[in-house]
Design a protein around this ligand. Structure first.
Ligand code: FAD
Length: 323
C-alpha cells in the first residue's frame, strides 16, 4: 500500500495533497497495490469522498482532539504508529511548508531515507524511482531509496489530479498523544491580509523584482492578480529585502518553490537563486528592459521593454476579458 498524508486547512483538503494522492494512486496501480490516505485531527469524515475521487481505497482518520492544532512531533508520532500498523511501502507528502517539516521528521522516527521535493516519480524494474532538481535547479537527479517505507515529498502543482471511481473505506484510528510533550506547537494561524492566495498554491503568479522600483508599484501587480482567479503576487528577494513586499511572497532558493501554470516576471533579472524557485513553472513570461537579462533564457515568452508601459494595457485587456 502507498499512504499519502493529507493536509487540511479550515476542514478543506489542500489541492497539493490531492496531487500527491493522485500520484500515489498512479504508482500504486503500477505496483499492483492500493493507495490510502491519512488525515490527522477530528471532524474530517466528510472528506472521504473527495479523497476516494483522487484514488484513495482507504482513508485513515487519526483522531484526537489534541491534534486539531499542528505539532510536528505529535503528527510524526501519530503517522509513525499508523505506518507500523499498516506497513505501507511508501508514504507520500506534498512538499508544502508542512510536508517539508513533517516528512523528514517521520523518516527520522522510522530510521529511513526521504526523497524530498520530487518532480517526477516512476516505476522501473518494479521499484520506485524519484527525480528531483538539484544545484538550484541546474540539474535533475534520479535516484531510488533502499530503505522502507520510502518517505517522499512531491513538489506542488507538478502532478495532475486523478479521477477515480471508488467509494473509499473510512477507518478511524484513535491517535495517541506521545508521553513526552511536544516542544513546538502551532498556537495561531494568521490569515493573509485580504485573503490573498499563497504563491505555492496559485495557478498563476504575477511576480515583481527590483525593476518595480518601489513598494507602491507592487499595487499594480496586485491589481492584475485581482483580475485573475487563483493567482497570487510573487517577488524576488531584492524586492523583499527592500521591504517592498512581505517575505511570504518571495520565490527562490531562500523563498518558496512554485510550479504554477503561468509565471509572469516583471523587472526580475533571473538570478540562479530566483530561478531555483520557479524554473519548473509550466509557462514563463518575462518583461524586462534588458534584452540580455538571464530570465529570457528560461522564458517561453518575453517582452523587452519598460514594464510600466506593459502593465497598463495588459490590465485593460484583462478587464475586457473579465467583463
Ligand atoms: P535585479 O537583479 O537587480 O534585476 C532587476 C531587473 O529589473 C533587471 O534585469 C533590470 O533590467 C530590470 N528592470 C529595471 N527597470 C525595469 C523596467 N522599468 N522595466 C522592465 N525591467 C526593468 N533571489 C531571489 O529572488 N529569491 C531567493 O530566494 C534568493 N535567495 C538567495 C540566496 C542566496 C544565498 C543568495 C546569495 C542570493 C539569493 N537571491 C535570491 C538573490 C539573487 O542572487 C538576486 O540578487 C535577486 O534575485 C535579484 O533580484 P531582481 O531580479 O529583482 O533584481
Amino acid at each position: 500500500m502507498i499512504l499519502t498524508y493529507i493536509e487540511t486547512r479550515d476542514n478543506k483538503i489542500k489541492k497539493a495533497s490531492l496531487e500527491a494522492l493522485s500520484e500515489a494512486g498512479r504508482i500504486a496501480a503500477e505496483l499492483k497495490t492500493e493507495a490510502a490516505a491519512a488525515i490527522v485531527g477530528t471532524g474530517k469524515e466528510g472528506l472521504t469522498a473527495e479523497l476516494a475521487a483522487c484514488g484513495a481505497a482507504k482513508v485513515y482518520l487519526l483522531e484526537n482532539a489534541a491534534f486539531d492544532q499542528y505539532s510536528t512531533q505529535d503528527y510524526a508520532a501519530a503517522l509513525a504508529d499508523l505506518v507500523k500498523k499498516t506497513g505501507p511501502s511508501a508514504v507520500f507528502f506534498s512538499a508544502t511548508s508542512m510536508g517539508k517539516d513533517l516528512s523528514p521528521r517521520l523518516a527520522a522516527r522510522l530510521g529511513v531515507g526521504v526523497a524530498s521535493e520530487c518532480t517526477q516519480v516512476a516505476v522501473k524494474d518494479g521499484q520506485i524511482e524519484f527525480t528531483r532538481p538539484v544545484f538550484a535547479g541546474k540539474a535533475l537527479l534520479s535516484f531510488r531509496l533502499t530503505s522502507s517505507p520510502q518517505i517522499v515529498s512531491l513538489r506542488p502543482n507538478v502532478f495532475p489530479l486523478a479521477q477515480a471511481a471508488g467509494a473509499g473505506e473510512l477507518i478511524k484510528e484513535a491517535a495517541e498523544v506521545p508521553a513526552s510533550p511536544a516542544t513546538g506547537r502551532v498556537t495561531e494561524i494568521l490569515q493573509e491580509r485580504g485573503g490573498e492566495m499563497d504563491v505555492t498554491e496559485a495557478d498563476i503568479i504575477i511576480s515583481g523584482g527590483r525593476g518595480m522600483k518601489g513598494p507602491e508599484n507592487f499595487g499594480l501587480l496586485k491589481e492584475i492578480s485581482e483580475l485573475i482567479p487563483r493567482s497570487a503576487v510573487g517577488a524576488s528577494r531584492s524586492a523583499v529585502d527592500s521591504g517592498w513586499i512581505g517575505h511570504q511572497h518571495q520565490v527562490g532558493q531562500t523563498g518558496k518553490t512554485v510550479s504554477p501554470n503561468l509565471y509572469m516576471a516583471f523587472g526580475i533579472s533571473g538570478a540562479i537563486q530566483h530561478l531555483a524557485g520557479m524554473s519548473s513553472s509550466k509557462v514563463i513570461v518575462a518583461v524586462n528592459k534588458d534584452p540580455d537579462a538571464p530570465i529570457f533564457k528560461l522564458a517561453d515568452f518575453g517582452v523587452v521593454g519598460d514594464l510600466f508601459q506593459v502593465i497598463p494595457p495588459l490590465k485593460e485587456e484583462l478587464k475586457k476579458l473579465r467583463s
